[in-house]
Write a protein that binds this ligand. Structure first.
Ligand code: UDP
Length: 454
């Protein structure tokens, strides 16, 4: 723990699991660097202050109706959050800044997807720094959207999905990070928030490291003209167990006891994150693929994973019994601990950025089934750039899943892939050590924050 800096930072996470985790990890990193921390959070997916007693928490009302809060259309939900949080956030921030009994506030650190925060920060003359919770490679792709539109790659046409995007090799048209919406303008607003609109901020923090995304980081530095701080992987600054407390769902620890009884690298861990959902037919295809693989598996079936079902109801009766202890199903796992467990051999993932990075940090090869947005880019990088996993090109298809499991768990190819991801794991560890790229970038960030005039 470094000496207190006499400066407070206000952090405002976007209220989704994949955004909350890295923002709270960043808060811990900066607290350890000597800053005091205040977190503003919404009622929606509210945080539990008792998990971080060293921070000050302020909750704002987001005024979402019950049906708005339950909306599965993520772009609509985001648009409602942006419309309804602006005023409550402005009031909360103004009150915090007028409090002269606390240390002076150096800056606001927020998620670029809260797009109103720049104008609020400007009106209160508070510097705003952004945390990008996705990777640098997908961010660089978002910044190419004007070119991609000009060249006719987007909107995507079904007949061109397998074509290469020559300007962004090795991406194919199907890998472009889109989210389907009845109102495409909502999506393009999000793209601008992640690219063009960042230019007014005082800097961009990334949960990544130079050796992993050097090329994309160079592109971003050239195009964004603001200081860029790749200081990840955030979760490796702390011991695994200490970071579990930002989970919105309770983590089922029983799977760790089960893993303890399994041989090294024998288990396929399956999880598609906090938002992705499948239909009943896809769910059954996954279930049969796992059962027929004859490999051990730990499968996270989040309530709501299957459209229209509460939990496991679509499974045929007798399915669970037929597994004979080969498989475990939980509602939510302590994922970082699971990936760090010696029994886990492969991660079948949707390639959300946190999951991708967590897998790399533990040297676990991936089977990739991206659903939307930046997951498409992350999956292509895993399979074709870093070559540390296999992307399912046919979607959720039992035959292809079966082949991917064999290639990774049984065949020689799996060893080569494991070797490459192991090297990246070593690089991830090294970059945090004194003199490493993230270590230095974090020092740069701290000095940058201390130099901000308020
Ligand atoms: N996660 C978890 N338990 C689970 C599944 C996921 O703790 O059973 C965590 C995971 O470690 C990661 C986050 O939830 O930090 C998911 O973020 P990601 O970016 O991978 O995907 P998203 O949920 O945003 O689609």
């Amino acid at each position: 723990m470094e000496q207190r800096k006499g400066r407070r930072l206000i952090l405002f996470p976007l209220p989704f699991q994949g955004h909350i985790n890295p923002m709270l990890e960043l808060a811990n990193i900066l607290y350890r660097k000597g800053f005091s921390i205040t977190i503003i959070h919404t009622n929606f997916n509210s945080l539990n202050p008792s998990t971080h007693p060293h921070f000050t928490f302020h909750s704002i009302s987001d005024n979402l109706s019950e049906s708005e809060a339950a909306d599965k259309d993520i772009l609509l939900l985001l648009s409602n959050l942006n419309a309804k949080c602006c005023e409550p956030f402005r009031e909360c921030l103004a009150t915090l800044l007028s409090n002269v009994t606390e240390e002076p506030v150096a800056c606001l650190i927020c998620d670029p997807l809260f797009d109103f925060t720049q104008s609020v920060a400007d009106s209160l003359k508070l510097p705003r720094i952004l945390l990008r919770t996705g990777g640098a490679s997908s961010t660089a792709v978002y910044s190419s959207f004007p070119l991609l539109r000009e060249k006719g790659y987007i909107p995507k046409q079904d007949s061109r999905l397998e074509e290469p995007v020559t300007e962004l090799s090795p991406l194919r048209v199907k890998d472009l990070p889109m989210i389907n919406s009845s109102e495409p303008e909502r999506f393009y607003k999000l793209v601008r928030a992640l690219s063009y609109d960042t230019k007014d901020s005082y800097g961009f923090i990334f949960n990544t490291f130079e050796d992993l995304e050097q090329h994309a980081l160079a592109t971003i530095r050239k195009e964004f003209h603001i200081p860029i701080f790749p200081i990840g992987p955030f979760h490796k600054y702390f011991p695994a167990a200490s970071s579990s407390s930002t989970s919105l769902l309770s983590q089922d620890q029983s799977c760790i006891s089960w893993l303890n009884t399994q041989p090294p690298k024998s288990v396929i861990y399956v999880s598609f994150g906090s938002i992705a959902a499948v239909n009943e037919a896809q769910f059954l295809e996954i279930a049969w693929a796992l059962a027929s693989s004859k490999q051990l598996f730990l499968w996270v079936v989040r309530p709501g994973l299957v459209h229209g079902s509460e939990w496991l109801e679509p499974l045929p009766s007798g399915f669970l019994e037929s597994l004979n202890g080969m498989g475990q199903i939980v509602k939510w796992a302590p994922q970082k601990e699971v990936l760090a467990h010696q029994a886990v051999g492969v991660f079948w993932t949707h390639n959300g950025w946190n999951s991708t990075l967590e897998s790399i940090c533990e040297g676990v090869p991936m089977i990739c089934i991206p659903f939307s947005a930046d997951q498409m880019v992350n999956a292509r990088y895993v399979s074709d750039v870093w070559k540390i996993g296999l992307r399912l090109e046919l979607g959720i298809n039992r035959g292809e899943i079966d082949r991917a499991i064999r290639r990774l768990m049984i065949e020689k190819e799996g060893q080569a892939i494991r070797g490459r991801v192991s090297k990246l794991k070593d690089m991830a560890n090294l970059c945090l050590k004194q003199g490493g790229s993230s270590y230095q970038s974090l020092d740069g960030l701290v000095n940058h924050i201390l130099s901000l005039e308020f």
